[in-house]
Ligand binder design. Sequence first.
Ligand code: GRF
Length: 221
Amino acid sequence: MNTDPLNIVVLISGSGSNLQAIIEAINAGKLHAKISAVVSNRPNVKGLERAKSAGIVTHTLDHTEFESRAAFDQQLMRTIDQYQPQLIILAGFMRILTDDFVAHYNGRMLNIHPSLLPDFKGLNTHQRALDANVSQHGVSVHYVSNELDGGPVVLQALMDVQTGDTADSLQQRIHSLEHVIYPMVIEWIAQQQLEVIDQQVYLNKQKLTSPAKWINNQLFT
Ligand code: GRF
């Protein structure tokens, strides 16, 4: 491949297992990208250790040390922009972002959310899915817009809810799916297969009328 790897910055707040999956996909040659930096809003989290072990530059910007959300986001933008990334990856980044921040990265920021959006936006998605007695649950990769967990969805992995499932068991299975589909979508961007124009997603130049689906290890578009 002749093109430069896709330049990405990953934002985390915790364990960073998705970050790890992205690092491993890059190392395995499955993802043509380079993580220029990992930024956490929480000090001493496992994701920072994972980044350091992989030789990636890390920054900790502790949001509790900023006087306002806007001040934090401005500093976060400055931190990110020194790497001139083509794509910002939110991987368990537990912060609500200001409109200015979202507008600044319009069309080049992705999030992964553990539900089949638009269902169960926000927190505690696994328990809420159980409480709602759904037969299918899943996870969504979406572009970030001003609305929380509300931007255009690119790909969803679906799985059946089984008798006896708990929030923990759902979370475990969802996590394994996340680790497959997040690197997959990033690779689509690296290969210039994915575009978002006016909130509409195009995969291989085809308009997605509904999100692409990943079911039983198979892709449906
Ligand atoms: C994942 O469940 C993701 O869907 C959500 O935050 C969690 C991050 O997990 N946005 P990890 O830090 O990548 O392990």
